[in-house]
Design a binder for this molecule. Structure first.
Ligand SMILES: Cc1cc2nc3c(=O)[nH]c(=O)nc-3n(C[C@H](O)[C@H](O)[C@H](O)COP(=O)(O)OP(=O)(O)OC[C@H]3O[C@@H](n4cnc5c(N)ncnc54)[C@H](O)[C@@H]3O)c2cc1C
Length: 495
């Protein structure tokens, strides 16, 4: 690798962000707001930003606020656990807060990426109806979910979710909760809007069709990065690197050699949706309707029937159906999984395979499904669904985290920031709740890697301008929470 003093000043940056998805784009916006003088480079291996998981067609576009996703309120020892739902709800509010501030500044136009629509949980059968009712009562008592509605009334359900009720067995016990203030977000359009705004002002450099292939730290602790574009390779240096490479972050973290990365492995899960663009059907379903995952199936398998807006066009989406490939990115290599296995993570990965036999069985079951089986699952939600109206579409890749712990390998369903002890590098692993909570996750990156500047009066003031609730605890500070929500709604709904 090159010595840092052989790299010209034009190739030295204050921060280099790998990957032009929602995570790097969010971090770039925050860093430039905090320090407009910062020299910042974003590197992307594909020929445009947001073509992997952040692309609207690769994810479900749910603004995850725990309004309707039943896996965020698991039942434990007979009690509904609400803590995760509260954290996710607060995080999503923080995302809305940033979007509202940037809208006021004239940097974002919410109608390009955000639509408000009801978030509904819909269940059938005595046990699931009882679960949902308990969840409703527990959440309704909390400020964040006080607007949640409940119904078992079939007439009311006909109005809430006509497609879900039409043709349904009239003797089936059904129930639903609704939060009208839910959202559908085109995270691909948002990523592009963030980057367009930064590029317009010359605030960042973006190198497309350029891949980070190697990284190493020199004696001074500065990162030396080897970047390859279609015609040549070049070297840049930076004291801070963010690996926002989505499914590709694990391999890069391993290449970085930092101690903190040694405990990790990854397990790829691909996804598929059924998509319908028939205008008659899309006009009759304006909600995100989440059901309950079957016993033993993993959280990412929660079935849902969603309204989507992609590039201004309405469609319906149902799924996800899981698949298996050894690629870590949709545009990755089938060697990704094998290359990621080494002495450090082989044992934990084996542990996870043995201990999560449910997941292995679930995936095998999903792989055996044909179109008829998929449409049958859809008919649990839309009893009158006709196979001819729905096409299969390939979703993005998720790489679930496998972490070495004292008790052996552990499979983690969430996201995790892995940072070098000296704060010179951070990587984001995992996928859920993902894009919706990007602002909170990137604030964690700043806190762990830019701790001194985060504590400075200057950055604290800038953060409070950008995120008026910054530093306040929205869970206990109801007046602040209500004020923030009111501002977010009035700016974003009008925008
Ligand atoms: C099926 C599915 C459904 C989902 N549903 C939702 C949802 O409803 N709501 C929600 O909030 N989240 C959802 N998510 C999660 C969300 O999509 C992700 O958390 C988010 O998009 C991740 O953003 P990212 O920037 O980390 O990664 P990505 O968007 O994948 O971007 C990573 C970028 O890094 C680039 N890259 C990789 N390696 C290199 C390299 N070596 N050099 C240069 N560039 C590189 C890639 O080309 C890519 O552009 C879903 C995800 C999936 C897969």
């Amino acid at each position: 690798m090159y010595a840092s003093d052989s790299i010209g000043s034009e190739n030295r940056y204050d921060a280099v962000l790998i990957g032009a998805g929602i995570m790097s784009a969010t971090l770039a916006v925050l860093l430039k707001e905090l320090d407009p003088e910062m020299r910042l480079l974003i590197v992307e291996r594909l020929d445009a930003p947001a073509l992997e998981s952040s692309s609207a067609i690769n994810n479900a576009g749910t603004g995850h606020a725990a309004n309707c996703e039943l896996n965020y309120t698991p039942l434990k020892h007979g009690k509904i656990q609400t803590s995760k739902a509260i954290v996710i709800n607060n995080s999503f509010e923080q995302s809305l807060e940033l979007w509202a501030s940037l809208t006021v500044m004239g940097r974002l136009s919410p109608k390009e990426f955000l639509h408000f629509l009801p978030h509904i949980s819909f269940v059938w059968g005595g046990e699931d109806v009882a679960f949902l009712h308990q969840r409703y009562k527990d959440l309704k008592s909390l400020n964040a979910f006080s607007s949640m509605e409940w119904t078992e009334d079939k007439g009311e359900l006909d109005c809430w979710v006509p497609l879900v009720m039409e043709g349904r067995n009239c003797h089936q016990l059904v129930a639903a909760t609704r939060v009208k203030r839910g959202t559908d977000v085109d995270f691909g359009a948002l990523t592009s809007a963030y980057l367009d705004s930064l590029l317009r002002n010359g605030a960042v450099e973006l190198k497309l069709e350029t891949e980070l292939t190697h990284l190493t730290r020199d004696k001074e602790g500065v990162w030396q990065l080897e970047l390859k574009d279609p015609t040549h390779s070049k070297h840049v240096s930076s004291p801070f690197v963010f690996l926002g490479a989505g499914g590709g972050a694990l391999s890069l973290l391993q290449k970085s050699g930092i101690e903190e990365g040694l405990a990790y492995g990854g397990f790829p899960v691909s996804g598929q949706w059924l998509v319908c663009s028939d205008p008659e059907l899309t006009a009759r379903h304006k909600a995100k309707v989440y059901g309950k995952a079957k016993i033993g199936s993993p959280p990412m398998s929660v079935p849902h029937l969603d309204s989507r807006w992609i590039a201004g066009k309405r469609s319906l989406l149902f799924g996800p159906f899981a698949g298996f490939t050894t690629k870590f990115l949709k545009n990755g290599s089938k060697w990704d999984l094998f290359r990621s296995i080494g002495n450090n993570n082989f044992g934990p990965m084996l542990d996870v395979g043995v201990r999560n036999f449910d997941l292995v069985q679930y995936l095998l079951g999903q792989l055996r499904q044909n179109q008829k089986d998929r449409v049958q699952s859809l008919q649990d939600f839309q009893p009158t669904a006709d196979q001819m109206d729905w096409q299969l579409s390939l979703a993005g890749q998720r790489v679930q985290i496998i972490k070495r712990t004292k008790a052996g390998g552990e499979l983690k369903m969430g996201t995790e920031v892995v940072a070098a002890a000296d704060g010179s590098l951070a990587a984001l692993l995992g996928a859920s709740p993902g894009a919706s909570t990007a602002v909170t996750i990137m604030l964690e990156v700043l806190q762990r890697c830019w701790a001194q500047r985060m504590a400075s009066k200057e950055w604290q003031e800038r953060l409070r301008t950008l995120l008026p609730s910054f530093g306040r605890n929205l869970t206990i500070d109801s007046p602040c929470f209500n004020e923030i929500r009111e501002r977010n709604d009035s700016v974003l709904a009008d925008g």
